[in-house]
Design a protein around this ligand. Structure first.
Ligand code: ADP
Ligand code: MG
Length: 563
């Protein structure tokens, strides 16, 4: 070993290591899934780079992962012949966490194991999970294309620091040696490893090999290790749906999403005809901690004819569905497709609209068949979905049917009422969908604007998310019924009034004419109009907004931003 140096982990890594070791202990076997997932990614990257540079394959074209163990030394070794890492790669990838917002995220940790292990699910665990079972990890790697003398050895006990040195490494790729903790010796065992691989990594498309277990005479005769593939080793999405178990779908999701938790739902489809592609789309159960950060990873994993092309291909789904994870494997795109080409290719546009429809259908199905799951979805991603009507005019009716609102129908304040629910409760003669926006549920639920509706038993949707007013400005109608903001203009509830009520109203209006004149005179600089209102039952007066004016929420947002 030469050019040896000792480096400190980035603070965030130290915190994460500590958290991982203490909070994931009860789920420790997932370390293997994480390391296999990385080896699989490394194979994908090599295959992709070798499209342009076939020499990277160095006559070693059968990409695979090998697991072996040494009971006496209490070690477990994973070896892959994927893309590998250079010295710089190792220092960067196995010493820091590049994802922005990480340190803010880690500040939320409480020290409470249960809560923290919950939090870490939003983050993904990755390579560092090796330290759940190992008290020392050695990584030997060489990046494809570098010479054998440019190998690297990384070693750490998972505390504050790690060592790197330059080594000779004949084979391309990465070998990871876990020095198992004394009480984790059962991972140095063929049977145990087979089980864990089957359970978590069966969906991995490249072969995962273990030494064949030999007994008796056979074992005596053997002069070298015979390897045996233990997983199914085919791309999961190429299999017919009936041959993929729910468990496989879930583990595949964890592999591509780096999420720790199972998804809420998925949709697997093969499209044939003018365009040919397969998609596998998932609705996560939990939002990543950086959902609202601009640079947060989003988009699908793109394959072309089974070959991995890129992560985070953003061109296949609209922004308001950015929480969807999944893959798309196209037969029509060229293997050397780039992000720039994706932006211009008309093929992508038609795939995008088809995939968008798939997602909306999947959500509709979830809402219909599993309302409780849908409620979880709505709590997690509802605000993002509300960007939909503005971004995706063509699908706005479909999106609207997925929205959920708090309403005057019950007093829970929960966003649980769909527009279909609302329409099913329309009053005789009611031809509008009434809504009220405001700062908080507590504030709007007692608004004087609601008085007349309460009196007439008409339901009003109560919208208190920041995005609501803007979202509603893009929704004019649903199922042929207009939306109406109850604070705007002169509410015409005329069709709902009885003849007697109308007559009484006219009389009141007449008797108040002189009061009205006086008020107009006094308030002429503050308001544009004063009218007799029939909306109020308890309050003496109300401020209404003109039909064309900005709503209160929008005004406040603009004022806050200094406009
Ligand atoms: P993630 O997989 O989410 O990127 P990990 O913590 O699992 O995060 O891995 C960190 C990084 O280390 C990977 O992104 C990759 O660059 C590198 N890496 C880990 N394992 C390997 C491997 N077997 N071959 C090549 N690179 C690897
Ligand atoms: Mg990983």
């Amino acid at each position: 070993e030469t050019q040896k140096e000792t480096l400190g982990f980035q603070t965030e890594v130290k915190q994460l290591l500590h958290l991982m070791i203490h909070s994931l202990y009860s789920n420790k076997e997932i370390f293997l899934r994480e390391l296999i997932s990385n080896a699989s990614d490394a194979a994908d990257k090599l295959r992709f780079e070798s499209l342009a540079k076939p020499e990277l394959l160095e006559n070693d074209t059968e990409l695979k992962i090998r697991l072996s163990f040494d009971k006496a030394a209490n070690t477990l070794t994973l070896e892959d012949n994927g893309i590998g890492m250079s010295r710089e790669d190792v220092i960067l990838h196995l010493g820091t966490i590049a994802r922005s917002g990480t340190s803010d995220f880690l500040k939320n940790l409480t020290g409470d194991q249960k809560k923290d292990s919950n939090l870490i699910g939003q983050f993904g665990v990755g390579f560092y999970s090796a330290f759940i079972v190992a008290d020392q990890v050695d990584v030997y790697s060489r990046r494809a294309g570098l010479s054998a003398s440019e190998g690297v050895h990384w070693s750490s006990k998972g505390e504050g620091e790690f060592e790197v040195a330059t080594i000779e490494k004949a084979e391309r790729g990465t070998r990871i040696v876990l020095h198992l903790k004394a009480d984790e010796a059962d991972f140095a065992d063929g049977w145990r490893l087979r089980n864990v691989v089957k359970k978590y990594s069966d969906h991995i498309s490249l072969p995962i090999e273990l030494p064949k277990e030999l007994y008796g005479e056979e074992a005596e005769k053997a002069t070298e290790v015979e390897w045996e593939t233990v997983n199914r080793a085919s791309a999961l999405w190429t299999r017919p749906r009936t041959e993929v178990s729910d468990e496989d779908y879930k583990e595949f999701y964890k592999h591509i999403s780096h999420d720790f938790d199972a998804p809420l739902s998925w949709s697997h489809n093969k499209v044939e005809g003018k365009l040919e592609y397969t998609s596998l789309l998932y609705v996560p159960a939990r939002a990543p901690f950086d959902l609202y950060q601009r640079e947060a990873p989003k988009g699908l994993k793109l394959y072309v004819q089974r070959v991995f092309i890129m992560d985070q291909a953003e061109q296949f789904l609209p922004l308001y569905l950015r929480f969807i994870k999944g893959i798309v494997d196209s037969n029509d795109l060229s293997l050397n497709v780039s992000r720039e080409i994706l932006q211009k290719d008309p093929v992508i546009d038609s795939m995008k609209s088809a995939l968008t429809k798939r997602v909306l259908d999947m959500l509709e199905k979830l809402a219909k068949n599993e309302p409780e799951q849908y409620a979880t979805f709505w709590k997690t991603f509802g605000q993002v979905l509300k960007e939909g009507p503005a971004e995706d005019f063509a699908n706005r009716e479909k999106i609207a049917s997925l929205l959920r609102f708090a309403s005057t129908h019950d007093s829970s304040g929960e966003q649980s009422v769909s527009l279909a629910d609302y329409l099913s409760r329309l009053k005789e003669g009611q031809d509008k969908i009434y809504f009220l926006t405001g700062e908080s549920y507590a504030q709007v639920k007692n608004s004087p604007h609601l008085e007349v509706f309460r009196k007439k038993g008409i339901e009003v949707l109560l919208l208190t998310d920041r995005i609501d007013e803007w979202a509603m400005s893009h929704l004019t109608e649903f199922d042929g019924k207009q939306f109406a903001d109850v604070t705007r203009g002169d509410l015409d509830l005329g069709t709902l009034d009885t003849e007697e009520e109308k007559k009484a109203q006219e009389e009141v209006a007449k008797s108040k004419e002189s009061l009205l004149e006086r008020l107009k005179e006094v308030l002429k600089d503050q308001v544009s109009e004063v009218r007799v209102s029939h909306r109020l039952t308890d309050s003496p007066a109300i401020l209404a907004i003109g039909e064309q004016d900005l709503g209160l929420q929008m005004r406040q947002i603009l004022e806050a931003s200094g406009q």
